[in-house]
Design a protein. Structure first.
Length: 333
């Protein structure tokens, strides 16, 4: 693993690579897999690693750096502002999606990839209208305007998405059923249906509301979803972009729940392994793993396989987060 010695603002991590990549008019465009561990600082990674037999897929990445996460409205960001920074390359106010601090709508990397002929996908262990995934397809003044965000997803033409929150599409104040309006999609109801579907566009709502934690029985595991989604998106000669979020690492931090945090990290780590295995085999895939911010101000003690966690807040913090990259031109991340 090589160390990138420059501290970078989070907004440049993916967007700089995107602009650099698309300048190669004579070369095959790479697949891009962006994985976000929401709330996943270095302490969360370290604790998860030690609790996982002192091992994590992140050790196999080629480069690692550090990223600053502040929003334009404060040193401590929320997931909407940081998600917008990663997705669109601009800083913005906390709670705002896809709109900069001057009230200008911004285009996301997902939308730019669509314009370049990429297939696109979104996966989250939260609802699909939650702040991080929504940052990649919505322009909204408040991350909590879930019905507006759901509508924007319904017209965004994303090839594949997986997450909770079907209620925002079907149990709406305007009485519309957006799922029925999305007639070009095959909406599957299980991981088996997801795997078997041959449709060009697939929607998989894992839960009606927010999914539960792994400890409380969330299914399917993120690694299974990741493997199937990558298989589907890579089944043609078209390059793909996918964002995969381990959403509930953050929720565990807010709850100051060490057991939940470690189980959510392990789930995310298994998905990282699936992405990295594909990139190693395929050879033209960039994988970037990072976080939007750290949550909980976590520290830990104990020993390998028996980690004792401590927290000093139930909120986000302003500490820098790591950025891991593997694949073509990953050294510029």
């Amino acid at each position: 693993m090589k160390i990138n010695k420059h501290f970078k603002e989070l907004l440049f991590v993916i967007f700089f690579f995107l602009n650099f990549t698309f300048s190669w008019s004579q070369k095959k465009l790479p697949n891009i897999i962006l994985m976000i561990g929401d709330g996943m600082g270095l302490s969360q990674i370290s604790a998860g690693m030690y609790a996982n037999d002192n091992s994590t897929a992140l050790e196999d990445f080629e480069y690692i750096g550090l990223s600053k996460t502040s929003s334009s409205s404060g040193l401590v960001t929320d997931s909407a502002a940081s998600g917008t920074a990663m997705a669109s390359g601009v800083k913005t106010l906390n709670k705002v999606l896809g709109i900069d601090s001057k009230n200008i709508f911004q285009k996301s990397i997902l939308e730019i990839c669509q314009e370049k002929g990429y297939k696109t996908g979104l996966i989250a262990t939260s609802s699909i209208v939650h702040a991080t995934p929504a940052s990649f397809y919505a322009n909204e003044v408040s991350r909590y305007n879930y019905e507006n965000i759901a509508y924007q997803l319904s017209i965004q033409n994303i090839d594949l998405f997986v997450g909770g929150g079907s209620k925002h599409f079907t149990s709406r104040k305007d009485k519309r059923n957006l799922i029925k309006e999305m007639f070009e999609y095959d909406f599957v109801k299980s991981i088996k249906e997801f795997e078997k579907s041959k449709a060009s566009k697939i929607g998989f709502f894992t839960y009606f509301d927010e999914p539960p934690s792994i400890i409380n029985g969330r299914e399917p595991n993120l690694d299974k979803i990741t493997r199937i989604a990558i298989d589907k998106l890579s089944s043609s000669n078209t390059p793909f972009f996918i964002m995969i979020e381990g959403s509930q690492i953050d929720w565990a931090g807010h709850n100051n729940d060490g057991k939940m945090l470690i189980s959510e990290f392990k789930d995310f780590n298994s998905a990282i392994r699936e992405a990295l295995n594909f990139a190693e085999f395929e050879g033209n895939t960039l994988v970037v793993v990072t976080a939007d911010h750290e949550t909980g101000g976590m520290s830990f003690s104990g020993r390998v396989n028996r980690v004792i966690t401590k927290f000093n807040t139930k909120s986000h913090t302003a500490t820098m987060v790591p950025v891991f990259s593997y694949g073509p031109n990953s050294q510029i991340i």
